[in-house]
Design a protein around this ligand. Structure first.
Ligand code: ATP
Ligand code: MG
Length: 393
């Protein structure tokens, strides 16, 4: 039924001179999403609007599903397309459309015509009035409301004529690639994939790092992270996932530092290593799934101590969200089911019964000195032995 889609975008419409670049980036991301769909499509940009024309048979549900992952799209409007065969034929197409689309005919409507082809024999006001009249004739239960209609019936007159009245929400935000790149610390949990999505939604390309601790964390735990990276890649584009073997570092900390400071010191080493990879790969910041107070390592004091090792900005998009809100987002973006698979992560294995909740930076630094003779070498080795996985959909 739908042979075309109108793509609406919000913020990128107001970027002045950069608008071209933003629109091009959006078109590129739309094409990337459509490549995953059966069928053939063409994407066009004309006068500040983006249209997708369907050129073959296609799967409507799959296409909408993939378009809903394109950051920068605020809404997807499926359009019925018809050739211009005179006004009566147009009215027939609109009444058929309304009939098929709305089984219950008790709503108010307004017809909104946009005439891109100026040689059409009627102007938009005339089309609005005349089509409205025809609709009321055919469906007397309908009524017109020009201020707050339940249904806005759009008619676009170009070479062909397009009709649409529904808007399927997209993620909003900005097209990926318009705001640099960041390094996501991706664990197998619920929060970090959501954090990655939220940053991608602001136009940021994502690379990721996962700290793996074999044999304490198994292959399945790693596979779960790869799967999560793939799910994030639906929104962000391909994710370069750096898998770092963290076992030696973790064991050294376990061995040489107070048990209740293990997590905080471990997190400081994760940040140091992530930052090193980020600098080498052109990332402009780090991203974590931390949220204030969620666990001992995420109190304000703990976050301050963890943050102290970073010179790069650290973005924590979940910082003010409650767990339930993060869960809802992860359900929305489709990562929840994978995140809750019960594979151990390296934090849970070594975790102390009573971790510090108000770590003192000077004390932590003093205890880190216990690692002096081995840690630099271990960090270098971890960096040198990284495994790079390209996670793509
Ligand atoms: P998540 O659900 O994202 O795992 P969490 O509630 O389990 O978060 P922590 O385990 O304290 O919280 O981790 C806080 C943040 O540190 C994570 O959101 C993630 O960004 C990062 N992180 C934790 N463990 C790892 C890991 N093994 N590899 C990479 N990053 C990690
Ligand atoms: Mg975790």
């Amino acid at each position: 039924m739908y042979k075309a889609f109108l793509i609406k975008y919000a913020e990128i419409g107001v970027k002045g001179k950069n608008r071209e670049l933003f629109e091009e980036a959006l078109v590129k991301q739309i094409k990337y999403a459509l490549k995953r769909c059966e069928g053939s499509f063409s994407v066009r940009r004309t006068r500040g609007r983006i249209y997708i024309d369907v050129l073959s048979e296609y799967d409507y549900g799959e296409t909408i599903g993939n378009l809903k992952t394109v950051c920068g799209i605020s809404a997807i409007c499926p359009m019925v397309q018809t050739q211009d065969k005179g006004f009566d034929s147009l009215c027939q197409t609109v009444t058929d459309y309304v009939d098929g689309q709305y089984p219950k005919k008790s709503f108010s409507f307004k017809v909104q015509t946009r005439r891109a082809r100026k040689n059409y024999p009627m102007d938009s006001m005339e089309v609005n009035a005349a089509v409205g009249e025809k609709l009321l004739e055919k469906f007397p239960q309908l009524c017109v409301d020009v201020h707050k209609p339940d249904v806005m019936i759009h008619i676009e007159i170009r070479e062909n004529i397009y009709i649409y009245s529904t808007e399927i929400p997209g993620p909003g935000g900005m097209p990926v690639g318009t705001n640099g790149k960041a390094m996501l610390l991706l664990s197998g949990g619920i929060d970090s994939p959501v954090a990655g999505y939220m940053v991608a939604k602001r136009g940021v390309k994502i690379d990721a790092v996962y700290f793996h601790a074999p044999p304490y964390t198994g292959e399945r735990a790693k596979q779960k992270v790869v799967d999560l990276a793939r799910l994030v890649a639906r929104y962000s584009g391909p994710v370069y996932l750096h898998v770092i073997n963290f076992t030696d570092i973790q064991l050294a900390i376990y061995d040489k530092c107070p048990r209740e400071e293990l997590t905080i010191i471990m997190r400081r080493y994760m940040m140091r290593i992530a930052q090193e990879i980020a600098q080498k790969t052109g990332c402009l910041g780090l991203v974590t799934g931390e949220s204030i107070g969620q666990v001992a390592s995420q109190t304000m004091q703990s976050l301050a101590v963890t943050n102290e090792v970073c010179t790069m900005p650290v973005f924590r998009p979940c910082i003010g969200l409650d767990k339930q809100e993060i869960v809802e987002l992860s359900e929305k973006i489709g990562t929840y089911e994978t995140s809750i698979l019960p594979f151990e992560d390296c934090c849970t294995i070594f975790v102390a019964k009573h971790p510090v909740t108000k770590p003192n930076l000077q004390v932590i630094k003093r205890h880190e000195e216990n690692l002096q003779d081995c840690i630099e070498e271990m960090v270098q080795k971890a960096l040198e032995t990284e495994e790079l996985i390209i996670a793509d959909v």
